[in-house]
Design a protein around this ligand. Sequence first.
Ligand code: DX5
Ligand code: ZN
Length: 220
Amino acid sequence: MKNTLIAPSVLSADFANLQRDIEMINNSDADWFHVDIMDGVFVPNISFGMPVLEAISRHAKKTIDVHLMIVNPDQYIKTFAQLGANNLTVHYEASTHLHRTLQAIRAEGMKAGVAINPHTNVNLLEDVINDIDLVCIMSVNPGFGGQSFIENTYAKIRKLKEIITRNGASTLIEIDGGVSDKNAVQLVEAGADVLVAGNYVFRAENPVTTIAGLKKLTAI
Ligand code: DX5
Ligand code: ZN
């Protein structure tokens, strides 16, 4: 049975009750905290920055999975390590020297992630696949929670899984955007290891039960 990792996206939390929502994740079947950092340049939205991540780290008792949607991610690698990030994911489209960036992330003791936008071909990652701990396939255009899932994602997962296997890599495949009980099983069947869920979890009547349901559904 597969242990699919569930990563609620803090972007959809209630920021006026952030500690409550962090404790909710601590006390749920969730595996990771997914934390979206947006700069208003790489994506058309600004989320939150260092002080908020620092506050999250103070209370979070699970892996902190930071998804950077910012230009020039290299200049903040050390800072994010100090703020408590366990995984640091940069966007392929924002990285000029991706190989160097991945080395720098690992040198700070973090897992190195690469996120790709819906238009980016997974084949572009083949030459660095052994340097990547986590590929985040965006199943929406990054910038906002609550968008509709892009169906082409399944084909991308299958292609990426084939690249990972062929190269003997142990890279995890994470899916981010529009994930719910409607597509979770199909995503895992295609090869997904980690499911990020924002609105599906936080807009639910009972987020803890919803996380438990997703965890159970994807143990296939
Ligand atoms: C989008 C973010 C996602 C977002 C997912 O740019 O990277 O992590 O929070 O939210 P949902 O699950 O609501 O699509
Ligand atoms: Zn994200």
